[in-house]
Design a protein around this ligand. Sequence first.
Ligand code: NAD
Ligand code: UGA
Length: 461
Amino acid sequence: MTHILCIGAGYVGGPTMAVIAKHCPQHRITVVDVNRQRIDAWNSDQLPIYEPGLKEVVEQARGRNLFFTADDIEQHIDQSEIIFVSVNTPTKSFGQGAGRAADLQYWEKTARQILENSTSPKIIIEKSTLPVRTAEAMAHILNTNPNGLHFDVLSNPEFLAEGNAIENLEHPDRVLIGGHDTPSAQAAVQTIVELYANWVPRDRIITTNLWSSELSKLVANAFLAQRISSINAISALCEKTGADVSEVAYAIGTDSRIGPKFLNASVGFGGSCFKKDILNLVYLCEQHNLPEVAEYWEQVLKINEYQGARFVANMVHAMFNTLAGKRIALFGAAFKANTSDTRESPALAVCRELLAEHADLALCDPYALENARQDLGALARKVTFELDPYRAADAAHAIAVLTEWADFAALDYQRIFQSMAHPAFIFDGRNILDHKALFEMGFNVYAVGKAPRLHFNDIGK
Ligand code: NAD
Ligand code: UGA
């Protein structure tokens, strides 16, 4: 039996370790966190995050070979042969690199904590997303210890997407493990390969050098975000020319070299990682004196901000240039469907902009309202939080669809139309609704990257 520890019981640490525990009953997996409330939730029926299939996996392994605890972290460090570090690595908000560089304080504290509490050699695995060459700093801290202990630092970035975490962990496109080309590091890499080989086909386990592994994680997120910004940039052109962005996406996506995924035009991408990881990449390029490369990737973020601002500007313009006092139902708070996560959610960015226009907002989401309330802080008291979309839309002048929850596409819009103030507007920021049918019901329909369907002449256009 191997003792495996994971430091950080968040969106990555919790689900990842649950799946490892499920497939490796021969090993004992402990997940620790300084946040006791989070640990208590992991040990309860109300897990701290919503993720389809997660509860079943946790319940299968918890208490058998999967343990969540906030106690005796020092002792767990000492007892473990393998330690995954999955702590948060947000964007730095102070000092050098503020607003761009990764804040590595939690990461470094963890390294020192491991060092202070170890009496035996260990394999340390970077699970968090980190700037390329962070493992070097980690190895320096760990291996300059007075008692001659040796630590092998590996990179094993996580590629799961929220809302799909269990499916992604059960059937990953690939598992990436990076290590130095030394006998000790390569033996450590093999240990981790064997761990994943308990359920992942071996041809999907890729091993690389340490720096390639670290950089690949940032690059994967940058490429994914770049596709969204590319199609969103084209959506603006579609709205001006009468082309339909869904048709354009389909037409280009059938080219096998381009592929169909991640081409849904939207109100913008959100989530805790795309923005922070691109900022991190931009900062790295600047540090290495590559300003043209930095500027290229920064543009992905600029288009994303432009897309959200454009969406709100379209709403203001469509609704006769004033939203003050008008009730607007916002369908969606989560940054995407199937998650309760609202970090960097474009829905909340739109919400803030509309509040600045003095709109009267009813925010509706099946799972993310509590997180939205916390994120909005003082602004929350200006918003009505509503679980029921019919009530949210009651007497509203407009609906804006901001998260692609399937439930929102399946509503009775005839009933909704009748309960709304008229003329009734619908702004589909995710292109999940049947726009033709809505128009025929009487709605004025605006959808991202499509010509508006209006019951009056849009004089200002
Ligand atoms: P998170 O904020 O949900 O969880 C991190 C946890 O680490 C927190 O609960 C925090 O209390 C804990 N922590 C911090 N310092 C600690 C310490 N010294 N000891 C014990 N616990 C400590 O973050 P997350 O979303 O799970 O992301 C973790 C990392 O994984 C980040 O680098 C992120 O970029 C990366 N990542 C995230 C996702 C995702 O979908 N969220 C996907 C892939 C990679
Ligand atoms: C993303 C990556 O997909 C994961 O591989 C990665 O591990 C993770 O970031 C991370 O490093 O944290 P995630 O942020 O959970 O995962 O969600 P995505 O499915 O990638 O969606 C991100 C955002 O893009 C969402 O707001 C989503 O609505 C938006 N999106 C996605 C679009 O607007 N259009 C699309 O076609 C696809």
